[in-house]
Design a protein around this ligand. Structure first.
Ligand code: LLH
Ligand code: MG
Length: 385
C-alpha cells in the first residue's frame, strides 16, 4: 500500500466565535464567516484518511515543501518512520513545518489506518475504555454582561454545567485585552464564587493568566489549596522550567503542565526530571500527533503520574480513551452564550457527545471519529490544492 495523493481543501462556514487581540476565543456579537481546511491523504487502493486543520497549518507551501516530499509513495502504515522523517525536516524548515502540521499529517494517517482496518482509532492505539469523564472547560473571561465577566457569572455558569452533567469544571479566567486583567484578586474571587456555588465535592481546576510572576502564582496557588482545587495550570511562562519547579516545591495543589511549551515528549521528560509538574500535559496538535501524546502518557505512567490531555478534538478524545492514566477529557471551550452540543454545519454529529452523567462516548465507526459532512464541505469549498 502506498500514499498516492495529499490534498488540502479550504471551506467556509458561519461561526459564532471570534478571537480577541491576544488570540483567546469568545462568542462573537455577529455571525462571521470562518475558514477551515480539510486534509485528505489517499492511498493507491483508494483508502482515504482525513482530518480537519486550521487553514494556515496545512497551507499549500507546507504540503508542497514537506508533506508531499516525505509521504508520497510511502506505506501509510509506517507512521513512526514517517513521523520521524517529518520531525527531522522541522529543523531545516525555518519554523514553517510546525508541530500542528505534523499532528495533522499523522492523524490523517491514523484515520486512514482505522478505515482500512475497520476499527476506531482509539482501539488501535490502546483501547482502555469507550467512554471518558469530561470536565467542562470555560472560555477565558470577558466583559460581556451575562457572560463570563464577573465571579458571580462564573458561579452561575458552573451551576448550569453541573446540571448538564459535568463532574468537573475548569475556569479560564481573565486575560488581556480584558481591561482589568490580569488580576490575582479577581481570579481568586472567581474560584471562591464557583467553589461556593457548586459545593465541596465537584473537582475544580484553574487555568488563569499564563504569564503571572512567581509570587503572584504562589498567592493564587495558596488560595486554590484552601479551596481544594484539583490542579493549577499554566499560570506562568512555560519556557521557565525552573519557575515551575520553584512553585511545585511550595504548593500542595497539584501543578499541571506543560501545555504550550515546545519540545514534544522530549521536553516533558525534562519537566518530570526537574520536578516542575505533578501531572503531565500533552495535546495532539501541540506535541505533533497522537503518537507523541501516547509517548508522554506512557512516560508519565512509568513515573506513577497522570497525563491530562489538552483540548477538545477527535484525536485528543481517542488518546484519552487509549490510556489508563488520564482522568478527564477537556470539553469546550464553553460559554453561557454558546451551544456546544450543536454540531457545526461541516459535521453530521459532534465527536464528543456527552451523556447526563458527564461521560463522553467514543464513536465506534472506523477511523478517528470526525463525522464529516462532506456534501457541506464540498459545497462551501473556496480552494483545493
Ligand atoms: O489561553 C487560552 O485561550 C486558553 O488557555 C486555551 O489555550 C485553552 O486551549 C487551554 O488552555 N485549555 O486548557
Ligand atoms: Mg490550558
Amino acid at each position: 500500500m502506498k500514499i498516492e495523493t495529499i490534498q488540502g481543501q479550504v471551506f467556509v462556514f458561519p461561526s459564532y466565535r471570534c478571537s480577541d487581540s491576544a488570540g483567546h476565543s469568545h462568542p462573537s456579537e455577529t455571525v462571521t464567516e470562518a475558514k477551515m481546511a480539510l486534509l485528505t491523504i489517499t492511498a493507491d487502493d483508494g483508502t482515504q484518511g482525513r482530518i480537519l486543520a486550521p487553514v494556515e497549518v496545512i497551507r499549500p507551501f507546507v504540503l508542497d515543501s514537506f508533506a508531499r516530499k516525505v509521504l508520497i509513495g510511502q506505506d501509510p502504515f509506517d507512521r513512526e518512520r514517517l513521523w520521524h522523517a517529518l520531525e527531522q525536516w522541522q529543523r531545516g524548515s525555518a519554523g514553517q513545518l510546525t508541530d500542528r502540521a505534523l499532528a495533522a499529517f499523522e492523524q490523517a494517517l491514523w484515520d486512514l489506518a482505522g478505515r482500512k482496518l475497520g476499527l476506531p482509532v482509539y482501539k488501535l492505539i490502546g483501547g482502555f475504555r469507550d467512554k471518558v469523564p469530561a470536565y467542562g472547560s470555560t472560555m477565558c473571561g470577558d466583559e460581556l454582561k451575562g457572560g463570563l465577566s464577573t465571579p458571580d457569572e462564573y458561579a452561575d455558569f458552573a451551576v448550569k454545567m453541573v446540571k448538564r452533567g459535568y463532574k468537573g469544571i475548569k475556569l479560564h479566567t481573565w486575560m488581556p485585552p480584558v481591561s482589568f486583567a490580569p488580576s490575582v484578586a479577581m481570579d481568586i474571587k472567581a474560584c471562591e464564587a464557583v467553589r461556593e456555588a457548586v459545593g465541596p465535592d465537584v473537582p475544580l481546576m484553574l487555568d488563569g493568566f499564563h504569564w503571572y510572576s512567581r509570587m503572584d502564582a504562589l498567592t493564587i496557588g495558596r488560595a486554590l489549596e484552601r479551596l481544594n482545587f484539583t490542579w493549577f495550570e499554566e499560570m506562568m511562562n512555560e519556557q521557565s522550567i525552573d519557575s515551575y519547579a520553584w512553585l511545585a516545591g511550595q504548593l500542595n495543589v497539584p501543578i499541571l503542565g506543560p501545555e504550550s511549551a515546545a519540545g514534544k515528549h522530549w521536553a516533558r521528560a525534562d519537566w518530570v526530571r526537574a520536578g516542575a509538574t505533578d501531572i503531565l500535559r500533552a495535546g495532539v496538535p501541540g506535541v505533533g500527533g497522537i503518537g507523541p501524546v501516547l509517548k508522554v502518557a506512557h512516560l508519565a505512567e512509568s513515573f506513577g503520574m497522570d497525563c491530562e490531555v489538552h483540548g477538545s478534538s477527535a484525536g485528543n478524545l481517542a488518546a484519552c480513551a487509549a490510556i489508563a492514566n488520564c482522568r478527564w477529557y477537556e470539553r469546550g471551550l464553553l460559554h453561557p452564550f454558546l451551544e456546544y452540543d450543536e454540531p457545526p454545519p461541516y459535521l453530521n454529529t459532534i465527536w464528543d457527545p456527552m451523556d447526563s452523567e458527564g461521560f463522553v462516548h467514543l464513536s465506534q465507526e472506523p477511523g478517528l471519529g470526525e463525522d464529516l459532512n462532506l456534501d457541506y464541505i464540498d459545497a462551501h469549498t473556496i480552494s483545493t490544492y
